[in-house]
Design a protein around this ligand. Sequence first.
Ligand SMILES: CC(C)(COP(=O)([O-])OP(=O)([O-])OC[C@H]1O[C@@H](n2cnc3c(N)ncnc32)[C@H](O)[C@@H]1OP(=O)([O-])[O-])[C@@H](O)C(=O)NCCC(=O)NCCSC(=O)C[C@@](C)(O)CC(=O)[O-]
Ligand SMILES: NC(=O)C1=CN([C@@H]2O[C@H](COP(=O)(O)OP(=O)(O)OC[C@H]3O[C@@H](n4cnc5c(N)ncnc54)[C@H](OP(=O)(O)O)[C@@H]3O)[C@@H](O)[C@H]2O)C=CC1
Length: 426
Amino acid sequence: MSDQAVKFYNLSLEERRQWVAREAGIDLAEVEILSGIRGLSQEQADAMIENVIGIFGMPLGIARYFRVNGRDVLVPMVIEEPSVVASASFMAKLVRAGGGFSATTTAPEMIGQMQILDLDDAPTARLKLLEHRDELLEAASAVDPVLQKLGGGARDLQVRLLEHPALGAYLVLHLVYDVRDAMGANAVNTAMERLAPRVEHITGGRVHLRILTNLAERRLARARCTLPLETLAFDSYTGEQVRDGIIAAWAFADSDPYRAATHNKGIMNGVDAVVIATGNDWRAIEAGAHAYAARSGVYRPLSTWGKDREGNLVGTLEMPMAVGIVGGATRVHPAARVALKLLGVHSAAELAEVIVSVGLAQNLAALRALATEGIQRGHMSLHARQVAIAAGAVGDQIERLASRLVEEKTVRIDRAQEILKEWSAS
Ligand SMILES: CC(C)(COP(=O)([O-])OP(=O)([O-])OC[C@H]1O[C@@H](n2cnc3c(N)ncnc32)[C@H](O)[C@@H]1OP(=O)([O-])[O-])[C@@H](O)C(=O)NCCC(=O)NCCSC(=O)C[C@@](C)(O)CC(=O)[O-]
Ligand SMILES: NC(=O)C1=CN([C@@H]2O[C@H](COP(=O)(O)OP(=O)(O)OC[C@H]3O[C@@H](n4cnc5c(N)ncnc54)[C@H](OP(=O)(O)O)[C@@H]3O)[C@@H](O)[C@H]2O)C=CC1
């Protein structure tokens, strides 16, 4: 990046837009679309969902310093929570010193599920389906010739035998479908609905539900980073102390689901913000993440933290990442389109690699703070501006009041209101 030294957060909004346009080599007009100045129109919103009466705004910030697989990337993040964008940038800066994030993905394979009921003999029906595997895969691929031409289509078919007191023995057919650069829900759901009559014919049963699973365990994104001790030391904390503190914090999450839930929430702070900015379905990503975290039967952290032979801190994150760069709102929402351009990603896999890196950075930020000075100093000092606004501050008062709250170490709305009263009385 040409201008690493600039204190981005000290620039005015307009200067930040100009800086982003310059850095990313995109038109200022496009940055204005990303910024919402000329973003989603009422008419576009009206066509996206039902009963529209307007557009709900959210802040969009840019995380700096990310280097993913050797490529510098400015990351658009949509989030209402203070300190997330700042801490993502901070951790990306630290990780950069150790070479940046390395990220990979598996094939973009989603799984569709078909529930088959009213079977005379479920185990026999299962084998019959498997005997027709090739025919069913061919039929499923033929449903979407465009996807097939792009190299996607049906990849595998599995049949599970399940039992429930309400149903007795029944079958669940899994269709593994390569959806290329889409999130893929529509392609998979269409294929499942088309296959159903043939599956009923083969099994003699009744096909009930036909829908993809959000436990996209075949579509994983993985990121890792290595932090030398000198990048971890700060204030009175040595690199060893910070490293070991982070590892101990991770071990807590790895042995306690109550902590793992919060640990993973920190990861999702980063993941969701980019997923939303790019017009992707964050409920799908959330559902997949938590189901994956609980896949062993115990809810566990999605990341790991340990040390390598040289004593460096090493972090990894692995999670399902069903995101697209086509389909859904990704090409409909004008700001999502510019967000994808800013990220410079040309495939769903590349997007997933950036997102999982941001998730890992966010996890590192929270653990670093929790394992040392605690979360409140950094988080609350940035939260103070929101508290000031909630208390009724406007214009210049916001920054002034926020600074005073941080100085007093009392970032509370009642105190903010008191100060505002004092100011209006004087
Ligand atoms: C908040 C910081 C970054 C401050 O950290 P600091 O040490 O005060 O920051 P600094 O002034 O030394 O600046 C370091 C870098 O941080 C960034 N930075 C610094 N200030 C700003 C700002 N105003 N606006 C934008 N960026 C900022 C910026 O990149 C800067 O580098 P520079 O660009 O100057 O060379 C740090 O304390 C931190 O990382 N804290 C963790 C915050 C966090 O994790 N927040 C998530 C919300 S809490 C939560 O929801 C999840 C949780 C915690 O429960 C999860 C869990 O339990 O695991
Ligand atoms: N459980 C869940 O998570 C569910 C989610 N959804 C929603 O589904 C939407 C996402 O579905 P999705 O199928 O991704 O979206 P779309 O159906 O909008 O777009 C995907 C389609 O784009 C076309 N396409 C063009 N180029 C490519 C390419 N390079 N790679 C892949 N496809 C390409 C293909 O269609 P074609 O071959 O026809 O040209 C493909 O089927 C989201 O809005 C989500 O919220 C819906 C139901 C359930």
